[in-house]
Design a protein around this ligand. Sequence first.
Ligand code: UT7
Length: 345
Amino acid sequence: MGTAAVLTGLGAHLPPRRVTNADLAERLDTSDEWIASRTGIRERRWADPGVSTGDLATEAGLRALKSAGLGDDARIDLVVLATTTPDHPCPATAPEVASRIGLVDAAAYDLAAVCSGFVYALEAASNAIRAGRAANALVIGAETYSTILDHTDRTTAVIFGDGAGAAVLRAGDDTEPGALTGFDLGSDGTRRDCITVPAGGSRQRAAGGEPAEADRYFQMRGKEVFTAAVAHMTASARAAAARAGWPLGTVAHVVGHQANLRILRAVGEQLGLDPGTVVSNLDRVGNTSAASIPLALADAAAAGRFAAGDRVLLTAFGGGFTWGAAALTWPDLAAVTTDERSPIR
Ligand code: UT7
């Protein structure tokens, strides 16, 4: 027995505007058939003009607190917001989100690990809890990729969606349902150019001059990313399961970063797991980067797919490159909602 961070609440928020593959095919040289067969994606949500990552994060955070049974007077020690699309280059988005949620004096920071961000943030919050530095934490993954996409580039514009998911963690015991008991994280910065927004940071600003228009937007070398994603998501999932002491055959669900259905299936296969263990909701939301794992968890939980005590492996891969995995024993969670028909408003 030992101290562990325990999941006690889960919330999700999707902006209401649905963008289907057919909508994209009206203005890009693409088709529903190509997008669905190559990625598994059928539609995604894009935030309306004026809606920021912090707006989505605030909604998801409020829902997570409600799911954890915490009210307006909730006291949370730590807020970690994983995002690639912060509201501003400076300051971080997390302090503003914490204040809007009503969390006074909480430590709050952003964490940038692209699509692995939520797993990185879970690990950071879990460490703070295990060290006794925080009694509880709110971990949020939130993105508005629609603001960094080149909407004329069919190789990326069809893949990404906007959304936010959030989890409440508290200090508990590593034997109880909800416990996070094994983590694995890694990176390889030599592959940084495979997923990048080249302009807008100090590298480009220090060089001076105006960046090329395309460099202001998200760029990805899809094929290279695909191969690396399968390899690292599989290896990281194995490492996290081993740290938790879980034989892979005891894993009930694999919740991978929702980048591509073919990636998720390949990871499940390479882990030697039944196809039914692979959780996917990307047909409805696309790739939502740091938001994708909590959104997939929330969807599966809302559908009643998980039972308390089930062993759930989370595994992610993203720009950097970064990757990470976590072993989570499913808790007895209150109902979670993932769409605009929230009980909150
Ligand atoms: O979130 C971080 C992690 N991200 C990922 O893991 C993404 C990993 N990569 C992927 O999911 C896939 O590589 C993509 C979905 C991005 C691309 O699928 P692919 O099977 O690797 O396609 P491809 O890039 O090899 O392109 C095949 C063809 C190309 O045409 P040619 O050269 O064969 O004539 C592309 O130009 O498909 C073309 N193409 C498209 N056609 C219609 C690329 N995008 C589109 C499109 N519609 N949207």
